[in-house]
Design a protein around this ligand. Structure first.
Ligand SMILES: [Zn+2]
Length: 335
């Protein structure tokens, strides 16, 4: 059994692979669907010294299982960006924003891994390294990892977890056995969210684009309050309001606001073109009303503009000015 039922089929595949484990695995798929949890489950299983159920389940009580829980296993190492170590956010949500300062995996970290991989195992089994998210490696770090991937020492298992595997070097991709994770079906995702005590599971799941772990983080009351405060401002905005609204939200992280605008505009465009709404179920009525009034070609231009803004949003020189420009353009959609 996997940590999340929708990943059971992948888990079965991994159990079959176990008999002849490749030295490098790449778990890839959307953020927020449980790749990291399954990678950690696999780490525990391959390091467990007394696995149960025909070797399909870690025992939970041997020294190895104990050390893993304490984050002190001598044969295990996890590489992730410094920002994730410090973050109180669940990792999946933190890296939704993409790598920025302190959010890279550095070449120094990968060199540590190289040394770790060369040493022999303390417990006579495998040595395991987990890299999460793999796309956070900068170019130097990725090149340093290649050496280990090309000439792997015996008894090493590398598990790379990636939410955007298209950003990895082709030479890294080709050296890894790839395991693709699909989005769960909405019914499974919603029933899991309900079990976590999340109300309005369908609304949060839609905002998360169908990724349940991300949805459970987005259900956070403070996050929803900030989001609704911002979206409500979009309902009746005209060009004269943009300065005031940009000022009002100047303390909010710009990446969040650009993300909300993107989903908002995506829904407006898809309502206009196909009558379908994807992300903001809680604003359906308002969005349906507005979609008819929007200028379609400006809407599509604005969508592209937001995509470009998203790419540079991690290092905004003047966040309030960027926001003001975006809101001004947004207000122009309805003139
Ligand atoms: Zn064990």
């Amino acid at each position: 059994m996997s940590a999340h039922t929708w990943n059971d089929a992948v888990w079965q595949r991994l159990l079959l692979l176990r008999k002849q484990l490749p030295h490098a695995l790449l778990f890839h798929g959307r953020a927020g669907i449980g790749k990291l949890a399954l990678a950690e489950q696999l780490v525990q299983l391959v390091l467990c010294e007394n696995p149960h159920a025909d070797g399909h389940e870690a025992c939970g009580v041997c020294p190895s299982c104990h050390w893993l829980r304490q984050n002190s296993h001598p044969d295990f190492m996890k590489l992730q960006p410094a920002a994730l170590e410090e973050s109180e956010l669940h990792t999946e949500l933190a890296d939704r924003k993409g790598p920025a300062a302190g959010q890279h995996i550095s070449v120094a970290q990968v060199r540590e891994l190289t040394q770790f991989a060369q040493l022999s195992s303390h417990r006579g089994g495998l040595r395991v390294a987990l890299i999460h998210p793999a796309e956070a490696m900068n170019a130097a770090a990725a090149n340093a990892l290649l050496k280990t991937l090309e000439e792997p020492p015996p008894n090493i298992l590398l598990i790379l977890v990636s939410h955007q595997s298209s950003r990895l070097l082709p030479t890294i991709l080709s050296r890894c056995h790839q395991i693709r994770f699909a989005l769960p079906n909405p019914a499974a995702a919603q029933s899991w969210l309900a079990q976590q005590g999340i109300r309005e599971a369908d609304v949060c799941l839609a905002q998360a684009g169908g990724a349940p772990l991300l949805a459970s983080e987005l259900a956070d009351a403070d996050y929803q309050e900030r989001r609704c405060g911002f979206l409500t401002g979009l309902l009746k905005m005209n060009a004269a309001d943009t300065l005031r609204i940009a000022e009002h939200h100047s303390k909010q992280p710009l990446p969040d606001m650009v993300h909300w605008l993107q989903l908002w505009v995506h829904d407006l465009a898809s309502l206009r073109l196909a009558g379908r709404l994807y992300y903001q179920l809680d604003y359906e009525q308002e969005l349906r009303g507005m979609a008819g009034r929007a200028n379609l070609s400006r809407l599509l231009d604005f969508q592209r503009r937001l995509q470009a803004a998203r790419a540079s949003v991690q290092h905004p020189l003047a966040a309030q000015m960027v926001l003001e420009d975006l809101l001004l353009e947004y207000a122009g959609l309805f003139e």
